[in-house]
Design a protein around this ligand. Structure first.
Ligand code: SAM
Length: 318
């Protein structure tokens, strides 16, 4: 992406560089001023709603329980209000932003932190920031890596928030904690339990490896520009051990997706589209599930058991 045209006199430039250089949380007036001075028109499709409420930013940071040894992945730093706070608490930050205009602005705003080296003498050390200009979802898929020592702390772009969480959450190399701000409706799905209206595919794909540890609502008025819906910050903590062995995971995903493909239908009937009836009936009997049950009433533990049984060729017929 090309950088946006710059405008203005010397005064304007001085004032811009002051705002760009500050690493404290930004006020709404500063955000507006900076965007105007840089000539940046926000792109709605990139979910560019920036969080300017210092109390909400502090709550997000508290939920992350950061220490100076922590490595943090931030997706979509935007103008950097969260990045600034992360830099005060964490040891290392990798921030991935898709908008080239914002990357340029962030490089200038956080120049000292981008230059910081983690091998500097202890007294001189400050949190190091690595800024990547990339599509975060494409990056995560293209460069799979071990995120076990990392925490995700991000106000996510809403259009890809669920896909990013599912991509990061899968399996043995997932981050230790994910503190994510996203639409309230998605937060409810992430926090849901069996029997809840919001319980579904997203709940199960994430909760297989993560336990919900709390959430709070963030009103639309805390963002600039105000989004059409309220948001929430969720905190998810990686389970201490795997609930399901790697070889059964594909079956788990397939069972869950098929089971919720028509919420109001009986799950056994739906699964019969993919697996032999006898094997499924045995698996349901072994798991103590009624043959008329619907997916929305089936717990995570039961889905795990079903995936193991179906993956192994069905339950015992006892
Ligand atoms: N963290 C900032 C804040 O709290 O104010 C900005 C959050 S804003 C909701 C989402 C940010 O994600 C925007 O800066 C947008 O440009 C960026 N973004 C959108 N899609 C992205 C993607 N696929 N990869 C990386 N960044 C993306």
């Amino acid at each position: 992406m090309d950088a946006a045209p710059r405008n203005g006199s010397q005064n304007v430039k001085n004032s811009t560089s002051n705002i760009r250089g500050s690493i404290s949380a930004m006020k709404l007036s500063e955000m507006r001023e900076l965007l105007a001075l840089e000539g940046i028109r926000l792109t709605r499709s990139l979910g560019q709603n920036f969080l300017h409420d210092a109390n909400q930013l502090r709550r997000i940071i508290e939920a992350a329980e950061l220490t100076t040894r922590d490595k943090v992945l931030e997706i979509g730093p935007g103008l950097g209000p969260l990045t600034a706070m992360l830099l005060e608490r964490a040891g290392e930050i990798l921030a991935i932003e898709t908008d080239a205009r914002l990357v340029e602005l962030l490089r200038s705003r956080f120049a000292a932190q981008v230059a910081a080296r983690s091998d500097a003498p202890r007294a001189e050390r400050r949190a190091a920031l690595r800024l990547l200009h990339d599509d975060a979802l494409a990056y995560l898929k293209r460069e799979p890596r071990d995120w076990r020592d990392w925490k995700l702390v991000a106000n996510l772009p809403y259009s890809v928030a669920s896909r990013i969480l599912v991509e990061l959450a899968q399996g043995e190399r997932a981050p230790q904690r994910m503190v994510a701000t996203l639409q309230l409706e998605v937060a409810r799905r992430l926090m849901a339990k069996a029997g809840d209206q919001d319980y579904g595919v997203l709940t199960l794909l994430v909760q297989l490896d993560f336990e919900p540890a709390g959430w709070f609502r963030i009103p639309a008025g805390c963002f600039f520009p105000e989004p059409d819906v309220d948001s929430a910050c969720v905190c998810l903590i990686r389970r201490p051990g795997l609930l399901l062995a790697p070889e059964h995971r594909l079956v788990f995903v397939k069972v869950v997706k098929r089971a919720f493909s028509q919420r109001r239908k009986m799950m056994l009937k739906l699964l019969k589209q993919d697996w032999p009836a006898q094997s499924l009936e045995n698996a349901f009997a072994t798991s103590g599930l009624s043959s008329t049950i619907r997916a929305e009433a089936v717990s995570l533990e039961n889905f795990v058991q079903l995936a193991q049984l179906v993956g192994a060729g069905g339950g015992s017929s006892a």
